[in-house]
Design a protein around this ligand. Structure first.
Ligand code: GDP
Ligand code: MG
Length: 171
């Protein structure tokens, strides 16, 4: 019997880590080296086939990372089913910012929110500043899904959404 479910997903993380690029890779399977920064938030949808019978529609809020928009974030995560918190593997400080978003989500969002931590720009391996093992250990400790991805090459991007879909409750 065919099943259909719809989930709200929010992207959070410091400005320029590649949130919009990850969403565009997932929704349009494209990448832009000169993406304009997001103002406020952008809304996109994408449907995936979880298995033969199960279709999942994601309603995605791609938020702006800038501090001046920080007060708007609760509007987007409050009734979300899933959150993808993004950092840039070449920017140590962006992982610290991701951790503070995760703390905020753990305190303020739905208790059953599925949270994924995603280290982006994996194609810039030669400029890496954040060890995979350190971020992975933190994610495991906090009970988060964890991925390293590249919006530029597409590596790992679909897997974020696929794994989230597998963790979300279906009737
Ligand atoms: P946002 O502010 O978090 O939404 O970040 P954007 O998606 O606007 O990306 C910021 C900059 O990083 C842009 O110049 C992108 O082209 C670049 N970028 C995003 N993802 C990647 C990636 O996976 N690899 C590389 N090399 N650059 C990326
Ligand atoms: Mg953006």
């Amino acid at each position: 019997e065919p099943r259909f479910a719809q989930f709200k997903l929010v992207l959070l993380g410091e400005s320029a880590v590649g949130k919009s690029s990850i969403v565009h890779r997932f929704v349009k399977d494209s990448f832009d080296d000169f993406r304009e920064s997001t103002i406020g938030a952008a809304f996109l949808t994408q449907t995936i086939q979880l298995d033969e019978n199960t279709t999942i529609k994601f309603e995605i809020w791609d938020t702006a990372g800038q501090e001046r928009y920080k007060s708007l974030a609760p509007m987007y995560y409050r009734n979300a089913n899933a959150a993808v918190v993004v950092y840039d593997i070449t920017q140590e400080a962006s992982l610290e910012r991701a951790k503070s978003w995760i703390k905020e989500l753990q305190r303020q969002a739905n208790q059953d929110l599925v949270i994924a931590l995603a280290g982006n720009k994996l194609d810039l391996e030669s400029e890496r500043k954040v060890a995979k093992e350190a971020a992975q250990a933190y994610a495991t400790e906090e009970g988060l899904l964890f991925f390293e991805v590249s919006a530029k090459t597409g590596q790992g991007v679909k897997e974020i959404f696929q794994s989230i879909a597998e963790k979300l409750p279906l009737e």
